[in-house]
Design a protein around this ligand. Structure first.
Ligand code: SAH
Length: 218
């Protein structure tokens, strides 16, 4: 790599962080985690070169890696304490899980596509992210064996928050997820579980792939 390559790489990363701040990602812990985890590692071929653009990009199995600013805003809304046990539904590329792994004690991530889980696991190993467990399963049922979770993040859109996920959220816990019709406008919502029930807050309009029940074909 030449000196100018190093310069442009650093500059791209600075622009990436600047774009995140401009979109409202201001939490220092979140920005720090996003600075440390290189999004390019989670992309293949041509798309790896576009890793620092604030855009969703295609990954295997017809899925997408989310837009970085949306990853940042969701992670920020999740408000992850260092001791938290976190569940992510929708591993996809593994990018969101990798960011969570720097903020939480333990991360469980589930995808219905085995191929995505296998690829993500390999990246977690390469990056020495040893506190992530990636599992092939239908995440709309959650992960009853490991419940309750302090934080739950869903990165695929359901019409309503799935009941099993609400049930597996600890008292005092937070869940962030997109809800709405799959190809219409969806809202990102934050669900907080108190002693007496759930509180719902609408955060911003988003667009995610749908949450689909059952396992994928590959
Ligand atoms: N968080 C990912 C992006 C996820 S894209 C990243 O950082 O790259 C949404 C993912 O949700 C897809 O990989 C899709 O396979 C998965 N998904 C959809 N329905 C699911 C379900 N019921 N259980 C588990 N994963 C599901």
């Amino acid at each position: 790599m030449t000196g100018s390559d190093v310069g442009s790489e650093a500059e791209r990363k600075m622009q990436f962080l600047f774009a995140l701040r401009k979109r409202g990602v201001t939490n220092a812990r979140v920005l720090n985690a996003m600075e440390k985890i290189d999004r390019g590692v989670f992309l293949r071929g041509l798309f790896a070169g576009r890793a620092y653009e604030d855009m969703p990009l295609p990954i295997a199995c017809g899925q997408t890696i989310s837009q970085p600013s949306v990853v940042g805003l969701m992670t920020q809304a999740l408000d992850v304490p260092p001791r938290a046990k976190v569940l992510e539904v929708g591993t996809g590329s593994g990018y969101q899980a990798a960011i969570l792994s720097r903020l939480a004690r333990r991360v469980y991530t589930i995808d219905r596509h085995k191929r995505l889980v296998v690829e993500a696991r390999r990246i977690f190993e390469d990056l020495d992210l040893n506190n992530i467990t990636a599992i092939t399963a239908d995440g709309s049922r959650g992960l009853p064996d490991q419940a309750p979770f302090d934080r739950i993040i869903v990165t695929a859109a359901a019409e309503d928050p799935p009941g099993p996920l609400l049930a597996q959220l600890a008292i005092g816990g937070i869940m962030v997820l997109p809800v709405g019709q799959s190809d219409h406008v969806q809202s990102l919502i934050k669900v907080t579980r108190g002693e007496d029930g759930f509180e719902y807050e609408e955060l911003l309009p988003v667009r995610f792939v749908p949450l689909i029940e059952g396992l994928g074909q590959e």
